[in-house]
Design a protein around this ligand. Sequence first.
Ligand code: PGA
Length: 257
Amino acid sequence: MARRPYIVGNWKMHGTRAMLSEARAIDRAAQRLLKVEVAIAPPYTLIHPIHREAELIAVGAQDCHEAEGGAFTGDISAAMLADAGAQFVILGHSERREGHGESNALVRAKTEAALNAGLKIILCCGENAATRAEGKAVDFVRRQLKASLPASAAELADASDRITIAYEPIWAIGTGNTATLEDIAEKHSAIRALLVDLFGDEQGGDMRILYGGSVKPENAGEILRVADVGGALVGGASLTADSFMGIALAVGEPNES
Ligand code: PGA
């Protein structure tokens, strides 16, 4: 069953309460675009306020700790995120993997913790420019993803409807260099093949694979038409309702009403 395109804004470390008006505008606009599923991952401090006000869009987090609780100063658990109103968490973003030294094993522990806490996850993968130049990107992405997903097959089968993958080539994030449509098609079809291997035809065929990296209203339509692209993870262009919903509009026509 084909699922609606999923357009997710990753606000990164942007946003104080002054940004709540943008979240409201996104929520209102999303109500006229029901063919698209819209969500935002604001900084932790805005999760609860957006959750309280939003009528339609889902709100999520950008990371969580792998433990249920304990002496981890400055960290936040998956259960705390769920308690604040988060429905999903982005895990394994390259800014966490590179900037905070997160290994595949750590990302795997976080995916397991988040799924156990009942959250949905958006699991990120993507190669850097050097790996791409060596022609090893597909191999890298497959290995990274396999090692970051939950280890247990039973856990996988149980959780497939709560797992979304995001392919985000590092060289395309925040740079204005969107991957070519051929690049995107190649990686998404390799990821689809891996998901079918791991989850079987039906579940693996149904899971959404988002593209991320300099998505904007001008290029969203053509990217979302590439086979196996089920949505977009959007950074910079998600910070204003105008540009973010421009992306959603490029993907799904407004409702009649
Ligand atoms: P960008 O970021 O859209 O600003 O390139 C995407 C991301 O990092 O998720």
